[in-house]
Design a protein around this ligand. Structure first.
Ligand SMILES: [Fe+2]
Length: 259
């Protein structure tokens, strides 16, 4: 540092993320120095606000994960299901032409798709056999229960749509409302494919994990009836490019302990 140079730390007393360095200061008046200090103070405040913004965003993201994992644990899953759904949703959304930020928002919202299971009795969720029709009727309520949890704030509109509609079918044969085609929000149509693919490719109390080829064949068979054909097409393109299924999935196909 040259003699006479000015080195002004940015940030606060505890954290200094950077400095402003002025080498030639001989022509600065007292007023110039004051204005420079004001600018440094403002930059420091802006940096501090930015740091808090990212910390809040991170805390919010983690809160959502914790909430989603509460539902996952109740369903006796390890928590990896929601991580995989989130990743599949992001990749499918990108393949469907959504912008990176939109795909990321969908991926974040998708982790809450089964949050309504918090309101379903353990005896039904954890039943190690196929459900009776009455039990199915009960478990279908996880869609509307999830929507009721998430409708409390407009920030969760996307997550609410996914929770409410991810069991709707393209041909109108799904639940809870029997919507069909484009009446079902695109994000819910994407999560529907991601959710079923993950359920098929991993062990459940009532079934073994299916081989990737069998899962893909199931998606093909149900494209245009249960699933949106364009979402399945996007899935198949990702498969052709080797994105689905990943090698790690083949190895962890039986890791789940529950439904
Ligand atoms: Fe569900």
């Amino acid at each position: 540092m040259k003699s006479g140079a000015l080195l002004l730390p940015l940030g606060n007393k505890l954290q200094v993320p950077g400095f402003i360095y002025l080498e030639s200061t001989h022509c600065l008046t007292k007023n110039d120095r004051h204005l420079i200090q004001v600018m440094v103070n403002q930059c420091s405040s802006a940096l501090e606000n930015l740091k808090l913004h990212f910390e809040l965003k991170e805390a919010n993201r983690e809160s959502l994960y914790m909430l989603a994992m509460a539902a996952e644990f109740k369903d006796q899953n390890t928590g990896n299901h929601i991580r995989r759904i989130s990743e599949y949703t992001r990749l499918l959304a990108l393949e469907m032409g959504l912008r990176a930020e939109e795909a990321e928002e969908c991926a974040q919202a998708s982790i809450l798709h089964d949050i309504g299971k918090l309101g379903i009795p353990d005896a039904i969720l954890q039943k190690p056999a196929r459900l009776t029709e009455d039990e199915f009727t009960f478990i279908r309520r996880h869609t509307t229960l999830g929507a009721r949890i998430l409708e409390r704030h407009h920030w969760f509109q996307l997550a609410k749509d996914i929770a409410l509609y991810h069991h709707e079918h393209w041909d109108g044969g799904g639940y809870p409302l029997g919507l069909r085609g484009n009446e079902i929000p695109l994000t819910a149509r994407i999560v529907s494919v991601a959710d079923v693919y993950d359920a098929l490719s991993h062990k459940r109390p009532y079934k073994e994990a299916w081989e990737p080829e069998r899962c893909i064949a199931n998606l093909r068979e149900n494209a245009g009836t249960k699933f949106d054909q364009t979402v399945v097409d996007a899935f198949l393109r990702l498969t052709d490019r080797g994105v689905f299924p990943r090698e790690s999935e083949k190895k962890t196909g039986s890791e789940e302990t529950g439904k």
